[in-house]
Design a protein around this ligand. Structure first.
Ligand SMILES: C[S@@+](CC[C@H](N)C(=O)[O-])C[C@H]1O[C@@H](n2cnc3c(N)ncnc32)[C@H](O)[C@@H]1O
Length: 251
């Protein structure tokens, strides 16, 4: 994946400029997007005095129709919908879910990069984003999502969104095993009626096979997997993969 040819138009200009000035970092990052230290450098070097959210591709408006119905189907009168944006970077996706949801949501935006998490915390504190539902909560957390079980027990999340994070791992030299581990951890942490949504530019022929096989490993029985097209951006097609743990998958 070349993030700098496949991200949204406005951030593409920022990134084109960024990549000219920091081409050695970009070259290193492209093959090592599973490495915390490189993401810390990326977010440090790309941040400026005036913070702007950076979307790797597509913003909330392009993916909301995939996310909001899931929130609705997970909503219960007595408890919030528990949402994780896995590998949030400095995307506005998590804060937008928190702001827009008419249902009570507890949104955690998690990333392996402490720098991205700090930037997001600072930005939210400055902007004092108000939610549509007054009992909704938003938090940011430094977390290696290949180790979700250190933070989340079984059945503790209703919706996990992943925009470009699994792609980043799958395309890294040493990241494939980590991508499988992350998927398996998601299936364990999800409620039996919950879902993981992966937004990706990977072709369904390849991603569906990978999802089905990675979901069967390590004591998990598997998952229901579906795909829908999200749309096209500068000649690249993007997809939404929905992964739901099979009832028997819980161990
Ligand atoms: C391609 S970027 C996508 C960022 C954001 N989701 C977006 O759409 O703009 C991948 C993100 O995954 C994060 N990441 C990589 N490995 C991770 C891991 N093991 N756990 C959590 N986050 C990770 C990186 O720090 C980076 O912010």
């Amino acid at each position: 994946m070349s993030p700098f040819s496949k991200c949204c138009r406005s951030s593409w200009r920022v990134q084109a400029c960024f990549s000219r000035r920091h081409s050695s970092l970009i070259t290193e990052l492209m093959e090592n997007m599973d490495k915390r230290s490189l993401w810390d450098r990326f977010y440090t070097e790309s941040s400026s005095k005036t913070f702007q959210n950076f979307e790797w591709f597509f913003g909330f408006d392009s993916v909301r129709d995939f996310i909001m119905p899931l929130l609705q189907s997970s909503a219960r009168p007595d408890s919030p919908v528990r949402v994780l944006d896995m590998g949030c970077g400095t995307s506005a996706l998590g804060p937008s879910i928190y702001r827009s949801s008419p249902f009570s949501v507890h949104v955690t935006c998690a990333d392996i990069s402490a720098v991205a998490v700090r930037l997001m915390q600072e930005k939210t504190a400055l902007k004092a984003v108000q939610p549509n539902n007054p009992s909704s909560l938003l938090r940011f957390e430094e977390l290696d999502c290949t180790q979700l079980d250190r933070r989340y027990g079984p059945n503790s999340l209703d919706v996990i969104v992943d925009k470009g994070t699994t792609d980043a791992l799958l395309r890294s030299r040493e990241g494939r095993g980590k991508a499988s581990l992350m998927l398996q951890q998601c299936l364990k942490a999800l409620h039996s009626s919950g879902s993981l949504l992966q937004f990706s530019d990977e072709d369904p022929d390849a991603r569906l096979l990978w999802l089905e096989s990675a979901a069967r490993h390590h004591g998990l029985k598997g998952a229901d997997v579906g795909v829908q097209e999200v749309g096209q951006l500068r000649g690249v097609y993007y997809f939404c993969y929905q992964v739901t743990p099979l009832a028997a998958a819980k161990c």
